[in-house]
Design a protein. Structure first.
Length: 118
């Protein structure tokens, strides 16, 4: 997989930064998850921490999966279009379906965050 080496490297760097950023919620001295709104809403701060982690994982992992899906479907689509240009519309549908995975993960994370604010 030499052609994916740069993309995997950038994905790894992004994942490391996302994990380091989410760890800020877990450090006890910072108190980022234990804000006055969490106490006023009556939600346990530990539940908020896990909720934020779940929302981050839902968005991040679905985007990662969508990236790999679009990479494989997109390269196959370009090859198919090079051989038969009239299949452009059909291949565009498959790339759009692969991109929908990220949208589903974003919707799930919005639902999780909405449940934390109630």
């Amino acid at each position: 997989m030499p052609r994916y080496r740069f993309a995997l490297g950038m994905t790894a760097v992004t994942l490391v930064w996302a994990v380091l950023g989410s760890l800020l919620l877990w450090l006890p001295g910072l108190g980022l998850a234990e804000t006055a709104t969490a106490v006023a809403a009556g939600i346990d701060p530990e539940v908020r921490k896990w909720g934020y982690m779940a929302a981050a994982l839902a968005t991040g992992l679905s985007s990662l999966g969508a990236g790999f899906a679009v990479a494989s479907v997109g390269s196959a689509a370009v090859g198919a279009i090079a051989e038969k240009p009239e299949v452009f519309g059909r291949t565009l549908i498959f790339v759009g379906l692969a991109e929908g995975i990220a949208i589903y993960g974003l919707i799930i994370s919005i639902l999780i965050l909405n449940a934390l604010t109630v």
